[in-house]
Design a protein around this ligand. Structure first.
Ligand SMILES: *Cc1c(COP(=O)(O)O)cnc(C)c1O
Length: 393
């Protein structure tokens, strides 16, 4: 686990993104942190080494990334993982058999699968609630509850959790409050400010931003959590390799400028889509018609690049994803290139159909990850795809 210094936290976001955790290499002056592609480190003598013994435990490239990510979230400690789900796995391993978790019902499909198909068998129990309403979170608390786990905005329904309200409940009832901040990124939202104990990321998405690796991260300020999670990182070993750490670090350098462009294009596309009669509904927290737009304005500094659309039927969804030329049909999100996906059959196929139905995740829903291509080109691509899909059923 790597720790931020006061210096790392002193500067503005764009400056932290480029400098936090990274100093020119002392042996050569290399301005970029080297990729320490090594499994072990030579020791000076018995019991004397330079802080590095074995690369599962510590790697200098990973240290740089961990410090950088912690600085971006405004936290004290960062821990990098082999994937976002490896980070979630570690978070759940903070608990013991018999413990109960309250989770937002609209979390990433893989998060739901890990909870229900892996940790439930090991003795944890889960209640999934509509976390748009902090009251429902509070009502679900039992004497066994230890953790509240939410995503905001959620994937793909763009529902928000009131971080200050749930943070206050968690603090009062002494529950760990975990926030998956993958969609908003720390550029637009910093959950630690609102009382979150742990911030989780799939760095695969916006933080890396170039769709060329898979990784995860946790950021926290509490010493006890950093110590236990650092122990789990070494004990279970789901660590990222140095090359992937380096790619993520290269990605975070441009996070601020990328997010500004994702956000600007998504606002324009969402407003344009909302005007079209052949689009039944647009889910985007930046639209004044979004039911939680005011909350979005309170806890986010921008709305990001994710938009979901209701097209009314599986057939129309199929025609639109088949007709786009620039938007590529693929899982994942947050890269420089625009993607289109069909959550019901792709990212959320592992969520039970009844649960999908209950949250409005229909077969006619498609999700856009708006990239940083020219906005007008993206708009024209959607226009021609919607025209070709027609407005029949
Ligand atoms: C992708 C994703 C994850 C899982 O991350 P991986 O890196 O794919 O393991 C978790 N949460 C959200 C919101 C995601 O989009």
């Amino acid at each position: 686990m790597a720790q931020t210094s006061d210096d790392d936290l002193r500067y503005g976001f764009g400056t932290r993104a480029i400098h936090a955790g990274q100093a020119p290499d002392p042996s050569t002056g290399a301005i970029m942190p080297p990729i320490y592609q090594t499994s072990t480190y030579v020791q000076d003598s018995l019991g004397h080494h330079k802080g590095f013994e074995y690369a599962r435990t510590r790697n200098p490239t990973r240290d740089a990334l961990e410090r950088n990510l912690a600085a971006l979230e405004g936290g004290r400690y960062g821990l990098a993982w082999a994937s976002g789900l490896a980070a979630t796995d570690a978070v759940l391993k903070l608990l013991s058999a018999g413990d109960h978790v309250i989770c937002g019902e609209n979390v990433y499909g893989g998060t739901h699968r890990l909870m229900v198909q892996v940790f439930q068998r090991l003795g944890l129990s889960f209640t999934f609630v509509d976390a748009r309403d902090a009251g429902r979170v509070e009502d679900a608390i039992t004497p066994a509850t230890r953790m509240v786990y939410v995503e905001t905005p959620t994937n793909p329904m763009m529902r928000l959790t009131d971080l200050a309200a749930v943070g206050e409940i968690a603090r009062r009832r002494d529950l760990l409050f975990v926030v998956d901040n993958t969609f908003a990124t720390p550029y637009f939202q910093t959950p630690l400010e609102f009382g979150a104990d742990l911030v989780l990321h799939s760095t695969t998405k916006y933080l890396n931003g170039h769709s060329d690796m898979v990784g995860g991260a946790l950021v926290m300020s509490r010493d006890d959590l950093a110590e236990r999670l650092g122990f789990l990182q070494n004990a279970a070993g789901a660590v990222p390799g140095p090359m992937d750490c380096w790619l993520t670090l290269r990605g975070t350098k441009t996070l601020a400028v990328r997010m500004r462009q994702h956000d600007a294009s998504a606002r324009r596309l969402a407003a344009w889509l909302a005007e079209r009669p052949d689009v039944l509904r647009v889910y985007y927290p930046g639209l004044p018609t979004h039911e939680q737009h005011d909350l979005a304005c309170r806890q986010m500094r921008g709305f990001g690049g994710m938009i979901s659309l209701e097209l009314g039927s599986l057939e129309r969804a199929r025609r639109v994803v088949g007709a786009v030329r620039l938007f590529a049909l693929a899982e994942s999100l947050g890269g420089v290139e625009s993607l289109i996906g069909h959550p019901a059959s792709m990212t959320h196929a592992s969520v039970p159909p009844a649960m999908r139905e209950a949250m409005g995740l229909t077969d006619g829903l498609i999700r856009l990850s708006v990239g940083i291509e020219d906005t007008e080109d993206l708009l024209q691509d959607l226009e021609q795809a919607l025209a070709r899909a027609g407005d029949g059923p």
